[in-house]
Design a protein around this ligand. Structure first.
Ligand SMILES: Cc1ncc(COP(=O)(O)O)c(C=O)c1O
Length: 372
């Protein structure tokens, strides 16, 4: 059952009242609570925050204070964490494809765990990060995920075992398996399927004399946009049960949540800057759109929107401010009959919003603010 006790912010005091829009207002307490929820539901796991979800320094600082580890992909992310004093032994790279310069710098700074899923990447790691520990990215079903990631990465168990053995021959330390069930995954059983599949890699590697120890079950933990989602506790129960069944001898467990740690803590404050009637339907234009914060709406993520304007909901189109017709947040929305100047609070917007945003067409990336 969904956890109804979860709280959001921005419902009583509009963030638009205190900050010029567009602005992303992050609630520190909700991030802290979410981290503690993960900590208590996965007591034995190392928690790596997937920095890509929202790399704002205030979030890094907060998670650092909570003793969280970090998962990164790029030089830019590495530089950010280094500048903020995050120690390299708290950082891993989960990106199966990496730039050479990134691998060199990551290795030089002391990061020693990298994901990979191809032979050329072994060559790169051997040259740029000799002796590092490596996990192979396994292809797993993304059933129930609203933002699937399965097409781009991952190999089947036989090839995964082959790759790990080859990495070992090249002086790397093959330690285990990593997977991702797809972002915003609302089907806990998908983790169970992926864990069973990981066990096959363990078995195949063991048959060839390679003993593995680390299982990274990735991110994918969902947040509440419009509909209730399974709680962290429900997913953790499935993961723990599946791990106990598949790995009775024990395994070192890692998780890498991004969206779930910060998503519900963010409210994106926007303002209606224009309205028009087109094909007998109102179009409301906000000062935030697909390019400067709501990129995921293109992939189907639908946000809950709150406004102080009363009255019945009308069928409308919601669009961003830029002069590009791709900049449509929702072709089918239902909102009160908004007027120019009205504030709109876009809920659960703390992840993959400002992180994706560009200044396309000269529109501002929302400033990030914090509340306690
Ligand atoms: C390697 C890796 N780990 C973790 C994550 C975080 O996923 P999520 O935000 O769905 O928790 C991602 C997201 O793309 C990823 O690529």
């Amino acid at each position: 059952m969904p956890d109804r006790s979860r709280q959001t912010h921005g419902e009583t005091r509009p963030a638009t009242e205190t900050h010029p829009t567009p602005a992303l207002v992050m609630n520190r307490r909700l991030i802290r609570d979410k981290y503690r929820e993960f900590r208590s539901q996965f007591p034995e796991a190392t928690i790596y925050y997937a920095l890509k979800a929202n790399p704002h320094p205030g979030i890094v600082r907060l998670l650092q204070e909570l003793d969280c580890h970090f998962e990164i992909s790029s030089l830019g992310e590495l530089e950010l964490l280094s500048e903020m004093g995050v120690r390299s032994r708290r950082i891993i790279s989960g990106n199966p494809v990496k730039e050479r310069a990134f691998v060199e710098r990551a290795h030089a700074s002391g990061i020693d765990l990298f994901a990979f899923d191809s032979y050329p990447e072994i060559d790169k790691l051997e040259e740029c990060a000799p002796g590092s520990r490596v996990t192979v990215r396994l292809a797993v079903p993304n059933d129930g995920s609203e933002w699937p990631l399965s097409k781009k990465f991952g190999v089947e168990p036989r090839e995964a075992a082959d790759l790990l053995l080859r990495a070992g021959e090249r002086g790397l330390k093959p330690v285990g398996v990593t997977f991702h069930v797809g972002s915003q995954c609302t089907r806990p059983a998908t983790w169970a399927v992926a864990i069973e599949k990981s066990k096959l890699v363990w078995r195949m590697a063991a048959e060839r004399g390679l003993s593995l120890s680390l299982l990274n079950v990735g991110g994918g933990f969902p947040i509440e946009y419009l509909r209730p989602v399974p709680s962290t506790a429900e997913i953790a129960a499935v993961v723990r049960r599946s791990v106990a069944e598949a790995f009775p001898e024990g395994v070192e467990l890692a998780i890498a949540p991004g969206r779930a740690l910060v998503g519900e803590a963010g409210v994106l404050a926007a303002t209606v800057i224009a309205r028009a009637e087109r094909d007998s339907r109102p179009w409301f234009y906000l000062d935030v759109g697909v390019f400067n914060g709501l990129m995921e709406s293109v992939g189907g993520i639908r946000y809950r929107m709150l406004t102080d304007r009363g009255g019945p909901a009308v069928r409308c189109v919601l669009a961003g401010p830029s002069c590009d017709s791709f900049d449509v947040i929702a072709m089918e929305a239902e909102l009160p009959d908004l007027q120019v100047g009205d504030g709109v609070r876009i809920m659960s917007a703390g992840a993959y919003t400002t992180a994706y945003a560009s200044q396309f067409d000269g529109f501002q990336i929302p400033a990030v603010h914090y509340t306690e």
